[in-house]
Design a protein around this ligand. Structure first.
Ligand code: ZN
Ligand code: ZN
Length: 425
């Protein structure tokens, strides 16, 4: 698991082979060059491990925000935000296909694009996409989901031949049954042969007297197919699982395409997930904050007791070890749960409670309301400060001081922000 050996990770700039000052264009260019060489489909120089490293490096460096975070904090800075390519594609079910990564990164199809030496022949069918919504806890612990796809498959009426039952099917005379013809074409100054689908039979290789009515001679119709998809524990929102050969069937006997299942994880009312860590907010009473005690906290394994130390402050984070998200593929350590403590200040007090708080204040020698003498003094101080301002001597006001620059809006920051106790609470 990559999270576990961050320290041994290679420098992303080295992986892509560019300078730290490289422009986005240069990064893209260098990545494309290496991707073609290292792509696992490339028989001579393919290297799946190196390709995954490359894909991960590119994903970070091609994103302005992530790159800035990486420049500043190294791998720690992008921990959790970079997709973990290493963890994917370990089994036939979980993972990014390599074509798929390129498709995702380049936004264009590469299959059969000619770049990776694919063989000509009956074309593979289309890949299909399926959006699967699962619950938060299903993502944490894994689940099995029934999926139904509506995909192209052999027509039942003509058994995929495209010919009406009982009608004659003969070999296409134009292409001799190959489904393809060579055509001499002029490309600039060179004459060259190009392989084209046979115009007579449109790649079928057969001459059909009477086309099947159900598939209009195509040999393919849409059919429902269902299957159970095992979703691994620890899967993250937005992950894609590739299921081989569950896409459309290719025309003229071509193989099935694949199915890509995109995982959408529903939000949970109690938990926020960041990688393998689960964050949970817990309000505690004023009394518990002062005295400490045992608090029942929701975890993905049900409610569990958490010791609250006496004198705890709002905003304190308490760790509940090994109650986070299990590692994908079962490798590495399980994540933790972090409990963000917010102390509730009481808003509606009974008469008795009011009296107790007053006694408490007295005990501490606290004066809760300003007396006339204090008010006067404050006023004098305020006037004095104003005259200082006029003389240009004021230096106590630093409201406009620049915020420490480069402060990244990491997910964690956002979560901490969301959990910061609000006055309206
Ligand atoms: Zn048919
Ligand atoms: Zn033909």
């Amino acid at each position: 698991m990559a999270i576990g050996n961050m320290s041994t990770k290679k420098d992303y700039y080295e992986v892509i082979g560019i300078a730290k000052t490289a422009s986005p264009e240069e990064i893209k260019k260098a990545f494309r060059k290496h991707a073609r060489t290292l792509h696992p489909d490339n028989k001579d120089s393919g290297d799946e491990k190196a390709f995954k490293e490359l894909a991960e490096a590119y994903e970070v460096l091609s994103d302005e925000k992530q790159r800035a975070a990486y420049d500043r904090y190294g791998h720690q800075g992008v921990k959790g935000s970079a997709r973990n390519f290493d963890d994917m594609d370990m089994s036939s079910f979980a993972g990014f296909g390599m074509d798929d990564i390129l498709e995702a990164l380049f936004g264009q199809g590469v299959r059969g694009g000619g770049g990776f030496g694919r063989q000509a022949g009956p074309a593979q069918g289309s890949h299909l996409k399926y959006d699967l919504q699962i619950d938060f806890l299903e993502a944490v612990f894994g689940c099995e989901k029934k999926i139904e796809v509506n995909r192209l498959d052999d027509c039942t009426t003509c058994l995929g031949t495209g010919a009406a039952p009982g009608s004659a099917v003969t070999t296409c005379a134009t292409c001799g049954g190959m489904g393809q013809v060579k055509e001499l074409v002029n490309m600039l100054f060179v004459q060259t042969y190009q392989i084209m689908p046979c115009p007579q039979c449109r790649g079928n290789g057969k001459k059909i007297d009477k086309p099947c009515r159900d598939c209009r001679g195509e040999g393919l119709t849409r059919k429902k197919k269902d299957f159970n998809l095992p979703v691994p524990a620890g899967i993250a929102d937005g992950s894609r699982m590739r299921v081989a050969s569950l896409g459309d069937k290719g025309p003229h006997g071509g193989p099935f395409g694949d199915l890509f299942v995109v995982i959408h994880v529903k939000q949970h009312k109690d938990f926020i997930r960041d990688g393998s860590t689960i964050h949970v907010k817990q309000n505690i009473s004023y009394s518990m904050a002062a005295l400490g005690g045992d608090l029942l906290v929701p975890t993905v394994e049900g409610s569990k007791l958490l010791k609250i130390p006496a004198g705890i402050q709002s905003g304190t984070q308490l760790l509940m070890r090994d109650l986070g998200v299990p590692p994908l593929q079962g490798q590495g350590r399980r994540g933790d749960q972090i409990v963000h403590i917010a102390v509730n200040t009481p808003t509606k007090l009974s008469h008795e409670e009011k009296e107790l708080f007053k006694q408490l204040a007295e005990l501490n020698g606290e004066t809760l309301s300003a007396d006339a003498e204090q008010t006067k003094k404050l006023k004098r101080d305020a006037e004095k400060s104003d005259t200082d301002d006029a003389k240009g001597k004021s230096n106590g006001k630093k409201k406009d001081a620049p915020v420490e620059d480069g402060k990244e809006d990491s997910l964690l920051d956002k979560i901490v922000d969301a959990f910061r106790p609000k006055n309206s609470d």
